[in-house]
Design a protein around this ligand. Structure first.
Ligand SMILES: [Zn+2]
Length: 305
């Protein structure tokens, strides 16, 4: 990797000149800023927050995209070959990524590096790490540190700005985590459960002290089986769980069967794999995690005395 990085640095002046001349596909291609390419919108937003105005950030997958089964286009490959740094989530989230990244000479950083992993316990995925590590404020702080370090390698002149931006962002993450933990204190311990469609909330559940249940483990080949739905119904009934949830990028049909069978309320839509448009409910990652925390707390405390 260091060898690779130096190679890129040595080529940089030439690359910039070329980029300036050949802005063929390029929106705003001649501002001379380094280009950081991320695999999905959550990483792009975190990176923009740490980078400030010092780099240009792009996301391969767009708002609303289902990232697990994405297939890169020729345009994505062209974008990657022009990037100065590529940031992915890792942990098998971007099943399509390994081959893709080989098409680029840019250094590559895994945002989830150093997170304390949770394995998926079910089905064909058993034993593999759960890829949704950004779905906990504590883990997101690890991502932010990794991104700040990568940007500092890329653009050392702005190290102080990156560190200050990262610190401010991590303070917001800590406040959101405290709000979640404090809010759950009002929920009876037996009902501190998070029932969702995809198993995307293992990290949030762990950090908040919630028991996690889901209908299917990973969105890639979702189609709820009758057994999976029956298991969820049994869990909700046994624990008197007041509310269940589903993610924005999948159908909530299976979860509505759980609602009908149990009398739990449908607590609402949670966001995981993508941000929304700028005028939607979660245009940034901080909006996303705040929205999910508020939705979960509202659902679980609705019936509380
Ligand atoms: Zn997912």
């Amino acid at each position: 990797m260091p060898k690779n990085r130096r190679g890129v640095a040595a080529l940089l002046p030439v690359t910039l000149v070329l980029a300036g001349c050949t802005a063929a596909n390029g929106e705003e291609a001649d501002d001379g800023l380094p280009v950081v390419l991320t695999t999905f919108t959550v990483l792009a937003d975190m990176t923009e927050n740490v980078a400030g105005e010092h780099v240009r950030v792009a996301s391969i997958t767009k708002v609303g995209a289902e990232i697990h089964g994405y297939e890169p286009t020729p345009r994505d490959v062209a974008q990657a070959s022009e990037a100065d740094l590529i940031i992915d989530n890792g942990l098998g989230l971007e099943a399509w990524f390994a081959q893709f990244v080989e098409s680029s000479d840019a250094p590559h950083v895994v945002a989830s590096e150093g997170v304390e992993l949770i394995d998926i316990s079910a089905d064909a995925y058993a034993g593999r790490p759960n890829p949704h590590a950004w779905m906990s404020p504590a883990n997101a702080a690890v991502y932010v540190d990794n991104i700040a370090a990568a940007l500092t390698d890329l653009s050392p002149d702005h190290a102080e700005d990156f560190a200050a931006n990262a610190d401010a962002y991590k303070a917001e993450l800590a406040a959101i985590e405290a709000e979640l933990v404090d809010g759950l204190a009002a929920v009876p311990p037996a009902q501190r459960a998070l029932v969702t469609c995809e198993g995307a909330f293992s990290y949030l559940a762990r950090d908040a002290g919630l028991e996690e249940r889901y209908i299917w483990p990973v969105n890639a080949e979702q189609q709820a089986t009758p057994q999976q739905i029956a298991d969820a119904i049994e869990f909700v009934e046994d624990n008197d769980v007041p509310a269940v949830f589903c993610e924005s990028t999948v159908s909530d049909r299976a979860m509505m069967q759980v609602v009908e069978a149990t009398g739990a309320t449908f607590g609402g839509v949670l966001y995981v794999d993508s941000l929304s448009d700028a005028d939607g409910p979660v245009p940034t990652y901080l909006d996303l995690i705040r929205h999910d925390v508020a939705t979960i707390l509202d659902g679980l405390t609705a019936g509380a005395p």
